[in-house]
Every structure is written in C-alpha cells, then in structure tokens.
Design a protein around this ligand. Structure first.
Ligand SMILES: Cc1ncc(COP(=O)(O)O)c(C=O)c1O
Length: 380
C-alpha cells in the first residue's frame, strides 16, 4: 500500500512483523510504549516495593489522555474496571420514580449494558430497545421517534460490537436535548478510531474501556460526564475515591467530590491505568481524522474482498456508515477463529461472524489477505 499513512507508528507494534493482527474490536496489538509501561510498573513494585504516588499519577495521566481524545477536561472523567460497572453506577444515580422513567436503548448495543438497564426495572425504569431495521442497522428515524418526554436516558453504542454499525450521535443528542433526556454513548467500539468531541456533539456521558481501540489492556474503563450533570449525581455505588478528600478517612462523612470524580469508587486499577495512559498517549499523537479516513479505506477493501470471495457480511455496505469492524458471516466462527490464528491471522469470532477489525497500524494488504484466507478456510 503506497499511501499508508502510519508506517512509522506501525514499527511500534512488534507482533506485526510476523502476524496479522486484526482483532481491535476485542484486543488491539501490544505496542512498545505500552509494554514499557507494564515493565515500569513491575520494576517499581519489584525494586521499590511500592510506588503508590507514581501509580496514582499513571491513573491521573490516563484520565487526562482519555479526556484529550474526546475533547473533554480531566476532571470530567471517572474510572472503574469495566464499562458495565460504569453503566451500573451512572444509571443507579438516576431517578426512575416519575413519569420520565424510560430508557431508550438499541438492539445492537452490547448485551451487558442492556442487562444493566434491565436491572433498573426494579427501580421503576421502563426499557425500550429500538429494533434493527431492514438493512440490519438502527434506522435513525425510528431511533429519534422513540425518544420523547417520557425518556430519562438514551443509551446507545456509537459503533455496534457485532456488525460495526455507526450511529450519528450528534443527531441523537439534539433529539435528546429537545425532550430533556440524557444521552449515554458507549464508545468502546469507536473511541480511538474516529474524532470524538463530546462538547461539539452535545453528549452527556461517554464511556469506553482501554482494551480495544485504545491500545491498552482489560481492567480499566473511563467515563466522561458533563460537568453540570456530574454535580447532580450521588451514585449508590461509591467508595473513598468518590469523596472530596479520600485521605480524610472520615467514616461518618459522606460528601461528594466535584465533577466526575464523585463516580470514582475504590482503589483504582493502577496497573491498568499506567498501561492505558501509554496507549492513549500514543493515540493522541495521531490525527484522528486521518485514522478515521484510513479505517474507512480499509473498510472499502474489506467489503470489496468479501464481495470478490462471494462471502456475506453482517456489516453496513457503505464504509461511511460503519466502524472499523467488518463482520463476515461464516458457519463455525469459533473454529475458524482458531484456524485463522494457526495461519497467522488474529481475528475475532462472535456468534455467526468473524470480525475483521483493523486499527491505524494495519494495511490494505493485511485486510485483503486475511479475508481471502478466511474464505479459503471456510470453503475447506
Ligand atoms: C460496545 C461495547 N460495550 C461494552 C462492552 C463490554 O465492556 P465491559 O466488559 O468493560 O463491561 C463491549 C465488549 O465487547 C463492547 O463491545
């Protein structure tokens, strides 16, 4: 590929010299800066015994880097171990005892968040899933029509985990604002692949974990909460890091830290934070418009190769309406994922598809070769 824009950064991912890793919808490739952050944590622990302040600084840096990636400030970010934990904390702080008790989500969201919303039925929430339309994605008109004055929360994945369907969150934010509902965006499949600006798009809350396109490892997830909104939340799920001064150790005093920090709970995932900071710092060196454009070009290659090989896809056929992931329909996805790995291609199985999910460091040749190999293994 002659116009590959990230040749220099690609060198930071040693695995790409001998394998084709296309699994960023599940786990992205390990970069040298991230490996060094892991080693530094281990070294500090091994040699100094403890580096509490250094490790906490890693978590703070991760918050700042995540904030920078999405156009927010560091004090608008809280961390927990997973997006599911964050969703539970946030929704548990909302009131469902009035007429405004609806949660509008979509059938394409990751099931875990759907489960979190459903668990709120016990507190009076009414959950409405907008179903997929004839083309397989969520039709914007249907989604906007489902949001009305009864809606407390609109909750959706910007890019769906299965087929990579992309939703225009700014349009949804506009509608949510019109009727006085809050918007929660699950950006686990989008952050790190396209430009995000929470203020420009009017997003109230946006969450993502580090493991997928953020180049980190599992065990840490971030949430942006608009400053004015954060000040109104008193989450039932709390802990000492949600206090004004966590080190006051006042067992009788339940105060609330300013901003998103009040959503923090117990000791943060410090190793994961140091790792996430390194991955996010690498991403923040890149131009996110160039990353999005490159991934769109790779989507075009993926869709073309799917057609060339006579395969079917569960993804949108227009690269502008999808994220990085192209879902290829196959008979035995789990077995094929294994056989692809044996052939040197790391891809991700879910249900009836193999997800081919490149990141900025992947080339068109890698995507084409992977899908051709997948087709021949599927035929064999
Ligand atoms: C869009 C999306 N949201 C949430 C999750 C799950 O996040 P967690 O395991 O951090 O709760 C996933 C996992 O694949 C995902 O793709």
């Amino acid at each position: 590929m002659t116009d590959f824009p990230f040749a220099q950064e690609r060198e930071l991912f040693p695995i790409l010299r001998h394998k084709v890793q296309l699994s960023s919808c599940s786990q992205s490739a390990l970069s040298l800066p991230v490996a060094q952050a892991m080693a530094a944590y281990q070294d500090g622990w091994l040699r100094q015994g403890m580096d509490w302040s250094g490790w906490m600084a890693g978590v703070a840096q991760a918050k700042s880097e995540f904030a920078r990636l999405i156009g927010a400030d560091a004090d608008e970010i809280a961390v927990m171990s997973s997006v599911s934990d964050i969703a539970s904390s946030v929704v548990g702080a909302l009131d469902f005892s009035t007429e405004r008790a609806r949660i509008v989500a979509t059938a394409l969201d990751f099931p875990s968040t759907g489960h979190v919303w459903l668990a709120q039925q016990r507190r009076g929430a009414q959950v409405h899933f907008v179903e997929e339309g004839a083309e397989g994605g969520i039709e914007e008109a249907a989604l906007l029509a489902a949001i009305d004055e009864r809606t407390r929360l609109v909750a959706l994945s910007q890019v769906s985990y299965y087929g990579g369907h992309l939703i225009d969150v700014a349009r949804v934010a506009e509608r949510a604002r019109e009727v006085g509902a809050l918007l929660w965006v699950d950006a686990y499949q989008s952050a790190g692949t396209l430009p995000i600006d929470v203020r420009r798009d009017g997003i109230d809350m946006l969450a993502s974990g580090a493991q997928k396109y953020l180049l980190g490892c599992p065990g840490i997830a971030f949430v942006y909460i608009r400053r004015g909104l954060a000040q109104t939340l008193q989450p039932l799920n709390t802990g000492w890091f949600g206090r004004v001064n966590p080190f006051a150790f006042d067992i009788r005093g339940l105060d609330w830290a300013d901003g998103a920090r009040r959503l923090d709970t117990g000791t943060p995932p410090m190793l994961n934070g140091c790792v996430a900071a390194a991955g996010l710092a690498l991403l923040n060196r890149l131009d996110m418009v160039a990353v999005r454009d490159h991934l769109r070009a790779l989507s075009e290659v993926a869709l073309e190769t799917v057609r060339e090989q006579g395969l079917a896809t569960a993804s949108p056929l227009d690269p502008a309406h999808k994220g990085s992931n192209t879902a290829v329909c196959v008979a035995d996805a789990a077995a094929l994922e294994q056989r692809m790995a044996e052939a040197g291609y790391i891809v991700s199985a879910r249900g009836g598809v193999i997800r081919v999910a490149p990141h900025f460091y992947n080339t068109a040749d890698e995507v084409r070769d992977a899908i051709r190999t997948l087709a021949s293994l599927a035929r064999a």
